[in-house]
Design a protein around this ligand. Sequence first.
Ligand code: GCB
Length: 622
Amino acid sequence: MLIQRIIKKKIFRIESAQAMGVHNGFIYLVILLIINSIPAQQTDLITNIDNRQKISLDGNWQIIIDPYESGYYDYRYQPRGDGYFLNRKPATKSDLIEYDFDTSPQLQVPGDWNSQRSDLFFYEGTIWYLRSFNYPLTAHKRVFVYFGAVNYAAEIYLNGEKIGSHEGGFTPFNFEITGKFREKENFLVVKVNNQRRPQGVPTLMTDWWNYGGITREVVLLEVPETFIQDYFIQLKNERTANDITGWLKLNGSRSRQKVKIEINQTGGRYIFSSNEQGLVTIDFKAKLKLWSPENPALYAVRICAETDTVTDTIGFRKIETKGSDILLNGQPVFLRGICIHEEAPLRGGRAWNEADAQILLNWVKELNCNFIRLAHYPHNEHIIRLADRLGIMVWEEIPVYWTISWQDTNTLALAKRQLTEVITRDRNRAAVILWSMANETPLSAPRLIFLRELTNQARSLDPSRLITAALEERYVDKTTRVIDDPLGEFLDVLGCNEYIGWYEGLPELADQINWQTVYNKPLIMSEFGADALYGLHGDELTRWSEEYQESLYKHQLNMLKKISFLRGTTPWILTDFRSPRRPLTYIQDFWNRKGLISSRGEKKKAYFILQQYYQELQRTKK
Ligand code: GCB
């Protein structure tokens, strides 16, 4: 409690210092270091939430919109201290209390606030959420509150006491609440703030909508006193067939246990022992059908410790590179991909459920893709699990996008944490083949140091997948482009975004361009495209028309076919998406129109060009 108060005061001081524009970098850094050295309140992430005992807190939450953060600061802009917006009721009828959750409006959770209320469409600020719950207390159980994602910063209070905070809008987090709640009338308050921050990840400038709110599910997880927190069970990446490798982590005082892993379809049972730290090293042989887009074989895996049992559905496959080839299960593969933002098609707003994922991935399948790039931040777990079942390979990335405070150690720590959270959540999914570190980041020495750190972190958390980043090309002369970004040395696969024919020249410019690289590595052209308003027609030179976009795709594909080290493409983008940077009236109206499909689900002409190209590739097994 004392530590909490100290942390809280420090956080208050930092926030007020920031807000008041005090930029004493050194003091700021020292305070951050002090905070970072206090044991984090956030417990390590629990994985495979769907297959655990849980109570959903989804539904309507009471909200208070607080643009001036008056739940936080008084009229002198001093922190109010504990508990202003924490559900106090007036003790007497003469008490002055200027808020009341009980009579306040509601918002749906999961859900962004921008698409739920038109007056919150452009809102960037604070909203307080409240949800009451009862909980049947069970002896010898532990309870955690788990958030799929909250954009951007969250402070969480249970029954008036702060239980934790989290920064980063697209990754899950959880806090233990055992012993902190009662059987009846608990209230969980979450302060959500989606203001963009210079030191944030992402930072101030993006080309997507800054949807705020509790955007993914909230659950109360009930686990035994010692439980299986996390595990990694994957095929060994060396060329030996059938070798499974990994580890498992128990959380709780009974650290030494026998742990059994069963693979249902094969009847295989493998027994291990955990050590004093509750860690198990997993290593066994099993004859398994390998996961691939043609046959997305998944196995029901049952993990039984003495005190806990968890089941999961896991696919096994190898992904590696050899020269400029990408090998899936030892065979060269071409990644027929498309980029996707996490936006709900048809309904609008942030996508968060399986039905949203199903619509998106049906279009992806129809397009003859075997690959998706989930831009520009970790998407929800439903789409990853569905990709696993449908046999669609996935590129996942963190929002290290455009400019970032490369020199800020706190920003680096934040990026690392987001990377850790997404890798922890998804590293048992066969569909995920690539972790991407960054998108279109301008070259500099501090940027290289920052991104190298991230590649090291990704490799240490998951040695079984490939590392990439969406880079930019260098112009050698009018007709030659080279990929020689020094970061390439630390990547397995090069990504490159180019907008020849849209931001640069006209579509036919692509016919003259030759591509080179200084690396003997595969390339994915991770973005190209043009805006088109569905239903707007003109000739091939009419900007914003479907014909312009169609022509650009034709010229692009001809250019791409000539790149000898190209092993995949993810054009920009499957559907139109909201962007505050796109104000052109009648055409954009705050939409980026580079979608092959409109926001109402209508397919533009270019969709069919790509569909045909991918069909041809599929037919010729390239
Ligand atoms: C890019 C970005 C992407 C933008 C896109 C565009 O290079 O990576 O986030 O939305 O260009 O449409 O300009």
